[in-house]
Ligand binder design. Sequence first.
Ligand SMILES: C[S@@+](CC[C@H](N)C(=O)[O-])C[C@H]1O[C@@H](n2cnc3c(N)ncnc32)[C@H](O)[C@@H]1O
Length: 638
Amino acid sequence: MILRDDGTPFAPDYGDVYHSADGALAQARAVFIEGCHLPRRWAGRRIFRVLEAGFGLGINTLATAAAWLADPARGERLHVFSIEKHPASAEHLARSHSNHPELAALSRELIAQWPLPLPGLHRLWLADGAVLLTLCFGDIEKRLPSLEGPFDAFYLDGFAPARNPAMWSDHVFKACARLAAEGATLATWSAAGAVRDGLTAAGFTVERKPGFGRKRHRIEAQYRPPAWRVMATDPATAAPASREVLIIGGGIAGAAVAQQFARRHWKSTLVDAASPLPGGASAIRAATLHPHLSPDDALLSRLVRNGFLQAVAAWRMLAGAGHDPGARLDGLAEIAEHAGEAAAMARCIAHCAPPAAYARFLDAAAMSARCGLQSSQGGHWYDQGGWVEPRALIAAQLEYAATRVISGREVTRIAHTGALWQAFDRDGQRIAGAPVLVLANAADAARLCPGHYRLRPHPGLQTLIALQAPGEAVLPAVALTGAVQAVALDAHTLLIGSHCGGRPEPDADDVHRGPLERWAHRTGRPLPALSTHDISATRITTPDHLPLAGPLPDAAAALARATELRGAQARDLPRQPGLYGAFGYGARGLAWSVLAAELIASRANGEPLPLERELADAIDPARHLLQVLRRGEVEPTG
Ligand SMILES: C[S@@+](CC[C@H](N)C(=O)[O-])C[C@H]1O[C@@H](n2cnc3c(N)ncnc32)[C@H](O)[C@@H]1O
C-alpha cells in the first residue's frame, strides 16, 4: 500500500484506491452502514453479524463498531467477520486511522491485538467484548466456502470489479446467499451491471441508489430466500432462557470453557470429583504450548495454529484483567534429534515461510545460545511459545469467571428435563443444573453421554529433579520440546517429560532412562543421583489425535435413523440441545483448550465460529458415531 498525494491509500498491484477520495469514513457510513439499513436492522437483536469482503484498513469495521457502541439500544454483541488476502501492517493501519480521531479508541484496541499475517481466522475482542472481530486472512475464493453462517449484513468492498474480479465473482455472490440469514442486507459502492446481475441470480433483491461522492450509483440489496429454503432456528435472535453454563470437569478443558463463557457474561458452575482441583491429567506441573508446522500446512497445523493463537490471546487478556495465568511465553525450542531431522525442519520453514515471530529455524549455534546449552542440532524456534503451570492457569480462569466450583463431587448421571441439564451423584442427589452443559471430563464424558467415542489412554510422565547444588544438571534457559521435553521450573527444579511412546503401561525405560538419558546425552553431562519425583498423567486421546469439541450427538436418535444417515456428514447428525463436549485432548491440552471453549461458547450463543468449517468438522464429537453409521455396524432400531 502507498499513500497518494491527497492522502488516499492506494494498492499498486490492483491500480486502485482503498476508499473514495471523498472520505473513507463518510464512505463507510453512506455506502455500507446506511446501505445495509443500520442501525435500524440491528434494533432489538441480541447478536448482529456482518460479513465483509475486503478488510483493507478496517475503516468500515471500525465505523460500524463505533455506530454499534454509540447506539444505546444496541444488543449484546456485534460480530464483524472480515476476509482479507493481503493484511496491512499495523503501521499502515495506524497511519490511516490517524485521520479519524472519532475511531481512535477502537483503533488502538485493534492495533494492540493486530495478528501476525498467518492464514486462517484470528479473533479480536474490542470494547470489552461488545464487538468481536474475526479476521479471515486468505483468498476470498478459498475462504468463503469454509465459512459457516448465518450473517445479517454483507459489505462487498473489493477493488474495482475490472481490476479485482475475484472479489465480485458469481461464486462470491452465491456464497453470500448461502451464508445469509433471512432478510440479510448487502451493500457495495459498485453498481456494475455484472454485480447487480450476479446478486440477483443468487437470490438478492437489488436496488440501485445514488452513489457516494463522485460515484453515480451504488447498490443496496436484500436476501429473500427461495420459498423452498427452510431457515434453521437462529439462536442469535432469541435470548437463552438464562445465561448459565454447567461444566463437568475442572481441568484445562473445563476452566477454559468457564473463561470464554464469562467473557460473554454467562455464569458458570463447575463440578469435579477431585478435591482440590485440578485432578487427572491437569495435575501435571508444567505443560508446553507451541505451534505445529508441516510443509503442506496440514489440517493439524492449521488447527494447532488457531488454538495456539487463541490461547496466547486469552491468557494475555487474563493477565491484563489481573489474573496471573502462570504462563511463561518467552520462547520455546523444538530441537532436532539428528542432522536429517534438522534439515527437514529447515526445509519446512523455507517452504511455509511463516512470519519469524511465529516460527523460524535456528542452526545449532543459535539454538545453543537461545537455550543456554550446547546443542549439536538446530531446530524450530517459536517466539511466543512457552510453558504454563496448569494449576495456576485453571485458578486464574475460574477466578476471572467467578465460577461456582463444586469439587469432590462425582457426577454419575446427567439428565435433560424441560430446558435444563442436571447433574446427579451416585446417591441420586442433584448437584447442579443449567440450560447449557459442557462435558469436559475426559473419558468420563463418554460414560455420562455415550456417543460411540473412540477414546484411548495416552500416558505421559513428568519427572521433577530437585537439584541439590547449582550446576548439578544443565537447566535450559527456555522450554524445550521434541524427543524430550525439558522445563526449568525454577533455579533448582528441572522437569523432564515424556509421552511414554503412547504405551499404556510405561516401563522403566519410558519413565526414567529414556528421557533422562536423552537429556544427559543432549547436555553432555550425566545426571548424578538426584532426588526425583514422578507425576504420571494419563491423558485421553482419539485415533486421529484430534479432540472432540462441539455439540454432542444424540446417538439414540441417530441410530434410530441409521439407514437414512449412512451417507450423511457429521454435521447433519442429530444433537442433544444445549449439550457440548470438550475432551479427548491427548497431549495438546493447552492448544485445544481455548479453541474448543470459544467454539462451544460461540455455538451456544449463536455467534460466528472462531474456526473454519472443515476444522470444526475435524473435531466434531459426532465423527466417531458417523463412522459407526457408515460402516453399518448398528442395526436401525426404528
Ligand atoms: C477497497 S479495499 C477494502 C477497504 C476496507 N473495507 C476498509 O474499510 O478499509 C479492498 C480490499 O480487498 C482485498 N482483496 C483483494 N482481492 C482479494 C481476494 N481475492 N481475497 C480477499 N481479499 C482481497 C484487498 O487486499 C483490499 O484490502
